[in-house]
Design a protein around this ligand. Structure first.
Ligand SMILES: Cc1cc2nc3c(=O)[nH]c(=O)nc-3n(C[C@H](O)[C@H](O)[C@H](O)COP(=O)(O)OP(=O)(O)OC[C@H]3O[C@@H](n4cnc5c(N)ncnc54)[C@H](O)[C@@H]3O)c2cc1C
Length: 508
């Protein structure tokens, strides 16, 4: 095994694989070191008997023609290797008094919002206008900072000249409002509480309720979810990671599994390589850590080797919530028994702040339920199906989820049983997965599922940058700009690989 290469990537989550593929295609010799026996991090899958489950990821954004994920996959020349199922509606809300599907299409969504709030047409249009304006300003920003290739030509052409000319002013408007929470931001668009609640009901995709989450981060998520469709990868989420691994290998890169990194070698404030768990040393010009940022700076390097200011900043950042999941194999077809759509959000109450406060105490007040086996029937034996329930729980809760697992799992089942009677009688496989299990799997700090919590002070431009104060050491993935999600983690790696490609060319 060679002990010198150009680039080492620690971790094979989608942020790591994306950076690795970009640099391998740019002619760099790349080695990815992954501690697990499968690649993909959160984008991986596993089997229990005859049932297949995604560990975490179940919807991808930006796959529509011209979407940022589609463009990234095209840039890496792997788009044709992946096939997707379109998900529409992307989620159905199960509220105490009604069910509302949320489609990935502005026109249909507008009609649904009008049905719910017929007297607020103007406010509804204001919200859509703001989402479009925000999206256009993101495209203009991406084009300014990452060049023409970062934005689809036809998308850019849709932006009016007036919008382009007023960008400096609207840009300033967003900047001035970047510290607002979603609740606070929405007050500028509508005073109608019902409308605000419905528009912001997709907050679980980012892990914080509207009174705590960054308004602009949620707007980015909404403009993606409401304006484009989401997709499920055919096969399962692991397929996405596998396609990246094959492409890295086709470009002479290596992905080493069961190869955890225990130390990053730093000399004279420069990263020079890594030491694996088995003691093997690999030296490199560049080290990219896709492992969580806290682990990188407190365990993989001696924290005294990094500037105190940076370590202090890291210690002040708060991680997102963790997942409490129930993986279920069922002896009936759940699609024929109440849940025939891809994903549902069950809410005990429309007061999202209250729901979140209850979760913080360790009790279930809302959850996501999704069943991919209606898309992929081979995930379960004939006539059977799979169902995955996910709630979030912070690392520390009043009622400790470590000791109250079964009780919490039963609360989750009870919430879903309001729609699927006797669900519990049909369970043939049941696996509980806690934030501690995610921490054991990927070493994610406090079992965080989305990187840093998406508060106004930790989102978008306020998230960590890929560059670190240590020369030749970079970060890639959801702990860095642009933030949470698979597409976003891939973008983090793509942005990094493009900027490193330029730097490495200059050096040689
Ligand atoms: C339950 C759940 C559901 C989600 N659903 C969705 C969804 O449907 N759609 C979506 O877009 N996003 C979803 N997300 C969020 C999304 O999964 C993440 O934001 C994204 O996958 C993060 O990718 P990453 O590369 O930054 O990190 P990770 O996927 O966490 O990858 C980090 C990798 O580094 C490895 N590693 C860590 N330390 C070391 C070490 N010392 N040595 C070697 N390897 C190491 C880990 O094993 C892991 O493979 C979900 C997350 C969770 C937890």
């Amino acid at each position: 095994m060679q002990d010198y290469t150009d680039v080492i990537v620690i971790g094979s989550g989608m942020g790591g694989l994306s950076a690795a593929l970009g640099l391998a295609q740019a002619g760099q010799r790349v080695i990815v070191c992954e501690r697990n026996s499968v690649a993909g991090g959160n984008c991986s899958a596993f089997r229990i008997g005859e049932y297949t489950f995604d560990l975490a990821v179940h919807q991808l954004a930006g796959i529509d023609e011209g979407g940022n994920c589609a463009r990234l996959l095209e840039d890496y020349k792997i788009k044709s290797k992946l096939k997707f199922f379109k998900i529409d509606p992307f989620v159905t809300l199960i509220l105490p008094d009604r069910e509302i599907p949320l489609p990935g299409n502005y026109e249909e969504l507008e009609q649904i919002m009008l049905d719910q709030s017929p007297d607020h047409k103007k406010d509804i249009q204001k919200v859509f206008k703001a989402m479009i304006a925000w999206r256009h300003d993101i495209l203009i920003t991406a084009r300014i900072f990452q060049g023409k290739q970062a934005v689809e030509k036809s998308d850019y052409a849709k932006i009016t000249l007036l919008k382009k000319l007023t960008y400096p002013f609207t840009g300033l408007f967003w900047l001035l409002n970047s510290r607002r929470t979603a609740d606070n931001f929405f007050k500028m668009l509508t005073k109608n509480k019902n409308l605000t609640t419905l528009f912001l009901a997709c907050w679980p995709y980012l892990g914080l309720p509207p009174d705590r989450i960054s308004g602009l981060m949620l707007m980015s998520c909404m403009s993606g979810l409401y304006g484009e469709h989401t997709y499920y990868p055919q096969g399962n989420s692991q397929k996405v990671a596998d396609v990246f691994v094959s492409a890295i290998e086709e470009n002479q890169g290596k992905v080493l599994l069961k190869s955890g990194v225990r130390e990053i070698i730093i000399k004279n404030n420069q990263a020079q390589g890594v030491v694996l768990e088995n003691g093997q040393k690999i030296f490199a010009k560049i080290v990219i850590s896709n492992a969580d940022a806290t682990q990188t700076f407190t365990k993989l390097i001696n924290p005294t080797l990094a500037p105190k200011k940076y370590i202090k900043k890291l210690s002040e950042l708060s991680p997102s919530v963790g997942p409490f999941k129930l993986f279920l194999g069922l002896d009936f077809d759940i699609a024929q028994n109440g849940l025939d759509k891809h994903e549902y959000f069950f809410y005990e109450s429309l007061d999202f702040t209250k729901c979140f406060e209850k979760l913080k105490k360790g009790s279930i007040s809302c959850l996501s339920a999704y069943s991919p086996s209606h898309l992929e029937p081979n995930f379960a034996p004939k006539g059977h199906s799979t169902l995955i329930l996910t709630a979030f729980l912070p690392w520390k809760t009043e009622r400790d989820w470590r000791t109250a697992k079964e009780q919490i799992a039963n609360e989750m089942l009870s919430l879903v049983e309001q729609k699927v009677k006797n669900l519990s009688d049909h369970i043939v496989v049941k696996k509980i997965f806690t934030p501690q299990d995610l921490n054991n799997f990927s070493l994610s700090h406090q079992g965080a599922m989305y990187g840093w919590a998406n508060t106004p002070g930790q989102s978008l431009i306020y998230r960590l940058k890929q560059e670190t104060p240590i020369k030749n050491l970079y970060l890639s993935g959801h702990w860095t700009i642009p933030g949470t999600g698979v597409t976003t983690a891939m973008l983090s790696g793509w942005i990094l690989s493009k900027s490193l490609e330029k730097k490495l060319k200059k050096r040689s």
